[in-house]
Write a protein that binds this ligand. Structure first.
Ligand code: GLN
Length: 302
């Protein structure tokens, strides 16, 4: 019978040759998934025997990974903020960059609930996650607000124009026991009949069309319309900006994920919005521009 160590050595070699620059990590994660243990389990027990059934499933996963299929789709899972999200070809794989957006949204909501003059009976804060995909933003936010016992004071809507992505998002909400705490709705961006929103959150496609072909082959397995942001990457985000004056509450805030090279582009787009708007760009953990914070310029009362 093969051992963990022997299978891993062979797999790392093969994945390296296929062009993966995370060959060891991929191999360990995939073998762990096949064995139903976590990655430390395979690292800690190199001498453990692997049954023929598991070895065959591992071999199958390796062939698919060699062809470029992303590890998250092979495992069917991707972790975000310590939460496991089901992940498959119905939606973009959640990226670590997006964790920043969730944290900023949580901070914004917490601040409003704690500081705002909220006496009992006020309507909940209204939040929309536009283009929710796998649901990672809406669901992670709901889970984190529940931990703070603030979920009752927030109404979360998640939209997507892809019905199968919405289905995945719903599955993830149910998986994290917030299936009844977020609403999912098929819509192009924001449904006007639900406005106004206090918080508009979005990780919309923002990759420039000409850059798409240069991305790692794994991204070619993801839905293209979840990545393709048009000629300057901001085409879809600009469509959302055009809606903000109508859908954002008077003192509402939009938090929009952008590419690291789009700070100037998004700020320029904000200056073109009708009315007086202001934007700042927050950095991610890597220190890169990542989340645009956009709101109306506050009127100073005389
Ligand atoms: N950060 C992703 C990437 O570069 C893009 C995600 C998106 O377009 N929203 O692959």
């Amino acid at each position: 019978m093969a051992t963990v160590d022997a299978l891993l050595r062979d797999a790392v070699e093969r994945l390296r040759r296929s062009g993966s620059d995370t060959a060891r990590l991929d191999a360990e994660v995939l073998l762990a998934a096949v064995l139903g243990v976590d990655r430390t389990g395979v690292i800690a027990h190199p001498e453990a025997p692997v049954g023929d059934g598991a070895a065959a499933r591992f071999a199958e996963a390796l062939v698919r990974r060699e062809a470029g299929e992303p590890v998250a789709y092979l495992r069917g899972v991707k972790e975000v903020l310590g939460l496991a999200f089901a992940s498959d070809a119905r939606a973009l794989i959640p990226r670590p960059e997006t964790e920043r957006l969730v944290e900023l949204a949580e901070a914004e909501i917490t601040r409003r609930l704690v500081e705002g003059p909220r006496e009992g009976g006020e309507p909940p804060l209204r939040v929309v996650d536009v283009g929710t995909g796998s649901g990672a933003i809406a669901v992670a936010l709901a889970v984190r607000l529940r931990r703070r016992r603030m979920l009752d004071e927030v109404d979360i809507l998640a939209t997507d124009d892809a019905p199968d992505a919405l289905e995945l998002a719903r599955e993830n909400a149910v998986g994290h026991a917030v299936g009844d705490r977020a609403r999912f709705r098929a819509a192009d961006l924001v449904p006007g009949d639900e406005a106004p929103f206090d918080l508009v959150l979005a990780n919309l496609p923002y990759v420039r069309t000409d850059v798409l072909a240069t991305l790692p082959v794994a991204t070619s397995f993801e839905p293209r319309h979840a990545l393709d942001g048009g000629h300057d990457g901001l085409a879809v985000i600009r469509r959302l900006l055009a809606l903000l004056p109508d859908v954002l509450a008077e003192r509402g805030v939009a938090l929009l994920e952008i590419g690291a090279d789009q700070e100037a582009g998004i700020l320029a787009a904000v200056t073109e919005m009708p009315g007086r708007w202001t934007g700042v760009v927050e950095r991610d953990l890597a220190g890169l521009p990542r989340v645009a914070r956009i709101k109306r310029v506050e009127r100073i009362e005389p």
